[in-house]
Design a protein around this ligand. Structure first.
Ligand SMILES: [Zn+2]
Length: 307
């Protein structure tokens, strides 16, 4: 074997050994957040769109959002769809929901028998409700993927059923589900005219809060995030943003204020877009004027243990 060939061979063997070992180490012990998608809708950010996975003792338990590219990251994380307890949606913009059907199709090859609850916002003229969103894919009559309707239609014989629910939350945290050591609550947040939720997950004594997309108006997110171990906020616009950008998203100063008011124990910035990438220093200094706890910028597949 030539020296170059030997080096190439060594390189690929190292790749094969190192990447799965790195990915699957998230959440092996205790509770951890893995960021599946740290980007926004732009493909040029070279990140999967919004998606988060909460691990506990080596098991992926909660998936929050499923933006484009996140299904691949889900596979890379080492997770299996059969292990999930629940899927949550913040809202149904493409960059938060486009890979849902890919994840569900993958689950069809796995050994899942228990139902899979899916919780998300109600609908309006612009957006489907969660029950509609799921039925628009998998409904037996009109679903685009009606060939998989056994996963939704009660009368059909399938390995398991999707159980979609619309969460009619207001500004006061609403308890949405509770099972053993896992529970979820939500508030409605303002994201233009789109029905949108922020989520709080309590798991084995740890609390994780996800802002979703919001401009930060109102008091709901602050209340939901009170005392959280980890707060994931969306860094979609830089400080000084105006117009539509600002009407839809919170700038760093607002993120910092909410994190400070809620006294969160750590802050992760995600949903990084072309307009905020490269401005991390400015973002950090705006946040630091208000919040002094741990602060990290997320990248795809990053793992944040809560120990
Ligand atoms: Zn978004």
């Amino acid at each position: 074997m030539s020296r170059t060939l030997a080096l190439v061979f060594l390189f690929f063997s190292l790749l094969q050994v190192s990447s799965p070992a790195f990915a699957q180490s998230c959440g092996a012990h205790g509770v951890a957040l893995q960021v599946l998608g740290s980007g926004g809708p732009e493909l040029q950010d070279k990140r999967a769109s919004s998606s988060y996975l909460i691990w506990q003792d080596g098991r992926p338990r909660v998936l929050i959002d499923a933006g484009g590219g996140s299904a691949l990251r889900f596979g890379e994380s080492g997770a299996q769809m059969s292990q999930l307890d629940v899927i949550l949606f913040s809202h149904f913009h493409v960059d938060h929901s486009a890979d849902f059907s890919a994840l569900i199709k993958s689950s069809w090859f796995e050994d899942r028998t228990r139902p899979l609850p899916v919780y998300g916002p109600p609908g309006n003229d612009f957006m489907p409700a969660t029950t509609e969103f799921v039925a628009d894919f998998f409904g037996g009559q009109r679903g685009v993927y009606r060939y998989l309707s056994e996963l939704l239609e009660p009368a059909e014989q399938g390995s398991y059923k999707l159980q979609p629910h619309n969460v009619e939350a207001g500004p006061t945290p609403l308890s949405v589900f509770h099972s053993g050591d896992l529970s979820g609550s939500a508030v409605r947040v303002i994201h233009g005219g789109v029905p949108a939720l922020a989520w709080r997950i309590e798991l084995a004594g740890k609390s994780l809060v996800f802002s979703g997309d919001t401009n930060g108006d109102g008091d709901g997110l602050r209340r939901l995030a009170a005392g959280a171990d980890l707060f994931v906020a969306h860094n979609a616009v830089p400080e000084g943003a105006t117009g539509v950008e600002r009407r839809l998203h919170m700038p760093p100063s607002v993120i910092g204020q909410i994190a400070a008011d809620a006294r969160v124990k750590s802050l992760v910035l995600s949903h990084r877009m072309l307009r905020t990438l490269g401005k991390e220093e400015q973002t950090q200094s705006e946040i630091r004027k208000r919040y002094s706890g741990p602060l990290q910028f997320a990248n795809d597949l990053d793992c944040f243990p809560l120990n």
